[in-house]
Structures are given as C-alpha cells and as structure tokens.
Design a protein. Structure first.
Length: 162
C-alpha cells in the first residue's frame, strides 16, 4: 500500500491538484484584497488591525506554496506550509460553525462563495491528506521524480526510484 501511495505519478497528481487549488485560491484573493479582508473579518477571530496584513500576506503565501508544489521545489517545506494553512482554515471553519456563524468561507472568489459547513471541512481534510502524503513521500525520498530537485540532480532521483 505504501508503494502505491508514494508512487511518483500519484505524488505528482497530488502535487498538481493541491498546488493548483492554492494557486487559484490565492490569485483570486490577490485580485480583491478588500473583499478577502472582509471575509477574514467575518470569522471574528483576528483583531481588526491584523486584517489588512493577513489579507495581503496570506494569498501570496498560498500562491508561492502552490507554485512550489506544482514545480516540485522544496516539497517538504511547501507541503508543510500548505498543511499548516489547512489546519488553520479548519480551525477557523470549525470555530465559525460552533458559534453558529452563517458566513461565506472566503476560500475562493469573493461574493457568492460557499458557506462554512461540513462540506468545506471535508474538502479541507481531503486537501490536508494530500499535503501530508506529499510531505511523507518527500521525507522518505530526499529527491522525488518529476520535481525541480530531480532536474537539478537527475542521477539521484533515478537511483532512489530504483
């Protein structure tokens, strides 16, 4: 089972899916930081003074981590950052649900987005599983096939894949 979960093609697919989700979500937030700041404010978890900073920094972090996953750059670090963001998102969604807030998640496009709820929890848990899978695969093998590191050191990736 471990060989299937860590197969280079499976890990590549996980990287492409997870990276694409984060790039798309981040770009949509970068385009409209005011709407994203309002979405963050709806969770009622951060002090008002931190909203703008979070609305400006988080989307760029999402895009950067997503691009790193897609291209296979620093896979342990990028998957760990994505996993940490997903845990924070799950805490925020769970907190909003527990407090009975009927708010849009702020995950993608602003306005007309999905409300926080179990569907969002399950989506984020599924993405978290992909991030953990990528992290684990990158921990088992220092250089994964189909990654930036494999291009820089192709003999190491070939030797490890055998």
């Amino acid at each position: 089972m471990q060989t299937i979960l860590f197969h280079p093609v499976i890990i590549l697919a996980a990287r492409l899916v997870l990276g694409s989700v984060f790039v798309i979500a981040g770009v949509e937030k970068i385009v409209n930081p005011n709407a994203f700041a309002k979405a963050i404010n709806n969770y009622q978890m951060l002090p008002y003074g931190a909203l703008n900073l979070m609305a400006l920094v988080l989307p760029w972090l999402e895009v950067l981590a997503g691009v790193f996953l897609i291209f296979g750059v620093r896979l342990r670090a990028s998957s760990a950052v994505v996993a940490a963001m997903l845990v924070v998102f799950l805490i925020a969604i769970g907190s909003a649900m527990a407090r009975g807030l009927s708010i849009e998640c702020g995950c993608y496009s602003q306005g007309g987005g999905e409300k926080v709820g179990w569907k969002k929890v399950f989506e984020d848990v599924a993405l978290l599983i992909l991030a953990v899978q990528i992290f684990a695969a990158a921990t088992v093998r220092d250089i994964l096939p189909f990654s930036f590191e494999a291009i820089r050191q192709p003999e190491s990736a070939t030797a490890q894949h055998s």
